[in-house]
Structure formats: C-alpha cells, structure tokens
Design a protein. Sequence first.
Length: 168
Amino acid sequence: MSQHICLATFDRPVSVRAAVGQLRAIGFEGDQLEVISAEPIHIRPDTKKSHLGTFALVGALVGGTGGLLLAALSASAYPIVKGGMPIVSPWPVSIVTYEATMLGAILSTLLGLLVELRLPNFRRLPYDKIVADGGILVAVRCPEDGKKKAVEQAVSAAGAKKVSWLDG
C-alpha cells in the first residue's frame, strides 16, 4: 500500500494551529502529523496521558530493592564481627537503599522521557528549505487516496502558502 505525504508550508504559527486543528477534526492523529519549524510552536498536544510517573515509580522500586539486596547480601556474605553490633546494620543499609532508589528513579525517568518523546528519531522526516528561512512545514501522512482532497482543502483553508505531495 503506497503512502502519500502532503507537505504544506506556512508563514505564521496561527495558521499552523488552525491547520492542525482541521486535520485532527478529519481524523489525522499522532504519527500522521509532523510540524517542523525553526522555533517552537505551541500546539495543543494530543490528549494522550503521560506515563513518566509510572516509569519513575517502577525505577524507584527496582532501584530500592536492588540497593537493599546489595547492602544486606554483601554484609551477610562477608560477616565482620563488630563488637556486638548486628552484621546487617540498618543505618548503612538504609543509606545504600536510599541512594539506589534515587538512582533508579532518575535513570528510569530519563528512559521514560526518551520513550515518550520518541527519541532518538531515526525516521527520515520530510523537509523544505523554507524552514531555515523561518517558515513552518506541516507534513501529513495520508495512507488513503480518498483523503487527499480533504487534506488539501484543510491546509489551504488554514492559509498554506504551498501544498505539494510526495509518494513514499
């Protein structure tokens, strides 16, 4: 099945917001839309819920469990008599557990951030030289031939300066 890509160039962010709104209204979501600009454009994001909290919580639990096991098992494996003190002392074990918990939370949050942002993005994105001159490019992946006319009407009504199609 061939996929068509509509490239629409704009001059103003207001026009891009209108175009993205109209494209979402006719059924284009997520990976089908790409907005490329030299400066950030604040477009109302998709209503997908973020899972960063889940990543951080799971990472903290795994890190804390690993830190607890590391400290307790290494102290048990190499018992040193310390004059009546327990072999697995709670204070040193709690410090190692805390630090491992924080490390797990931080690293898993970083991993979750990369997953949520889909970075690194190895997919080749369409490009137009107008982006370097301050313009804005909206690329729409259109798998069906029947929606090509609706895409053209939506971006033209929003104020696209140029509309072209790529087959890919």
